[in-house]
Design a protein around this ligand. Structure first.
Ligand code: AMP
Ligand code: ZN
Length: 496
């Protein structure tokens, strides 16, 4: 039934490869999670929507998924290489709050976005500060052969492992332009795995180590948490495309040092067999930058009346490896498409035999050998698309085909919609069209008043009193309500 072999693009080889699990029947995935020093922007959330679709696809293919996402609450500098300040310490200082409170607040905010976007809970959220003793042990294990100490900390010598930077297609010297010089570094791309607290300073988060009191480097954190929880080698490591350049090459170098130091021709040595990266969401006017006043957070979309899952749909309409340009028009178009899908699912649900039946429960019941009749081509199209390096844009059209199918068994149709949605994660059967009408924060008029005005307008039109009907329309417009006569979705009004 779902037979297309799963192919995933591996950044390490720059090729799509047929997925072969390290442990038969299982898939173990590690996703670089957020640094919880500020709210995530919607670009950040694209990375987790991608990782979620990957996990759901692995489940669709019958694999037992173990997904881990980390929470970085220490050690990430304002520059991914070794320059700048600690993001967490900097935010805590600027807000005059404890770093632990900052971490808790922004972790909760991130989790709220995760829930709003229907991103499934991973098997484990690993929090960096819970793993510091293991990080010290890991560093001790590689220090002698691969590291050297400087005034500012313990540094990894990238020339001690074969193929450094293969993932980034860079070498030890090419990194130079990006990496602020640290006195005494042997190679430009060498990086700190332990950062000592400078003499005379104290940090809110610091631990004792053989290299002095200080904090772990960000790259060390991910190597340790992924290896601890999933075991080396595990199947897939994910992150945004920026991580392909510095963070992940550095993780790989550490993993090589930890595992065996051989070259990357043996994929076991990189810690994870497959490294996958989502491309960026871009916004030309700079609203994605967290330093711009009103940056693009999911809450801003909601405040403007867009359902958060319209943003998820917008992500799914593009391939994860393509850049996606954000625009309010694009989001509006995704919302319109989403409304259509929710309305189709709603009416399908209403037509199902057996009142109160939960169609979502029908989904996972797809079985090999089931006869899908007229729905078979859509199922094949969906499976082939999703297996082709997660081609969600095409998979969505297969879902549209099923929603539009006529003269088919309604229960089968609902089962197929639910099954496809178990991969796309749009939550179609859990929503009604009313859920999609979100009140923009700026709206001043109450919905009951709008409905009452529209009822009066209907009466006026029935009595052919077009002057009165137009006056009501104008009054509503003055309060930010657009009346939508003849809207194909039957959406009689919207707040603008
Ligand atoms: P950070 O919290 O800065 O470590 O970022 C969290 C995740 O978001 C990482 O996987 C980044 O690679 C990813 N990311 C950052 N900016 C964007 C963007 N504009 N579009 C997509 N992913 C992004
Ligand atoms: Zn990471």
């Amino acid at each position: 039934m779902t037979d297309a072999p799963l192919k995933l693009f591996n950044s390490l080889t720059r090729q799509a490869e047929v997925f072969e699990p390290v442990h038969p029947g299982e898939a173990r995935v590690y996703t670089c999670g957020p640094t919880v020093y500020n709210y995530p922007h919607i670009g950040n959330m694209r990375a987790y929507v991608f990782a979620d679709v990957l996990g759901r696809t692995l489940s669709w293919k019958g694999l037992k998924l173990t997904h881990v996402i980390n929470i970085t609450d220490v050690g990430h500098l304002t520059d991914d290489a070794d320059a700048g300040e600690d993001k967490m310490e900097k935010m805590a200082a600027s807000q005059a709050q404890s770093i632990w409170d900052i971490a808790e607040h922004y972790k909760q905010a991130y989790w709220a976005d995760v829930r709003a976007l229907n991103i499934r809970q991973p098997a484990q959220w690993t929090v960096a500060t819970d793993y510091v003793p293991q990080m010290i042990e890991f560093a001790k294990g590689i220090a002698e052969k691969h590291c050297y100490e400087l005034e500012s900390g313990l540094y990894f010598d990238v020339s001690t492992v074969a193929d450094y930077g293969r993932l980034a297609r860079a070498n030890t010297e090419e990194g130079e332009g990006r990496i602020e010089a640290v006195e005494g570094k042997r190679n430009a791309a060498d990086f700190a795995i332990w950062r000592k607290t400078p003499a005379g300073e104290t940090r809110q988060m610091e631990w004792d180590s053989p290299w002095g009191r200080g904090a772990p480097g960000w790259h060390l954190e991910c190597s340790v948490m992924s290896g601890e929880v999933l075991g080396f080698p595990f199947d897939i490591h994910t992150g945004g495309i920026d991580h392909r350049e510095i963070h992940h090459p550095n993780e790989i170098a550490q993993n090589q040092a930890h595992c065996c130091t051989n070259g990357l021709d043996d994929p076991r040595n990189s810690g994870a067999r497959i490294w996958m990266h989502n491309n960026f969401l871009v916004e030309r006017s700079g609203k994605m930058s967290k330093s711009s006043g009103e940056f693009l957070r999911l809450q801003l979309l909601i405040d403007r009346g867009y359902h958060p899952l319209a943003y998820r749909l917008m992500c799914l309409q593009a391939h994860y490896r393509s850049e996606l340009e954000f625009s309010w028009e694009g989001l509006g178009a995704a919302l319109t498409r989403f409304k259509r899908m929710v309305m189709a699912a709603e009416s399908l649900k209403a037509r199902l035999p057996g009142a109160g039946r939960d169609p979502a429960a029908l989904g996972p019941g797809l079985r090999r050998g089931d006869e899908w009749g007229k729905l078979q081509p859509a199922l094949d199209k969906f499976d082939a698309a999703i297996a082709d390096d997660l081609n969600t844009a095409v998979a969505l059209t297969a879902l549209d085909d099923v929603l539009a199918a006529k003269k088919v068994d309604e229960e089968q149709k609902a089962a197929l919609v639910a099954a496809m949605d178990s991969v796309l994660g749009l939550g179609l059967f859990g929503l009604t069209r009313a859920d999609l009408r979100i009140r923009p924060k700026s709206a001043t008029i109450a919905e009951d008043d709008i409905e009452a005005a529209l009822a009066r307008r209907k009466e006026a039109r029935a009595a052919k009193d077009f002057a009165a009907s137009d006056a009501i329309r104008d009054e509503l417009a003055a309060q930010g309500v657009e009346v939508m006569d003849g809207d194909p979705l039957g959406w009689e009004w919207k707040l603008v």
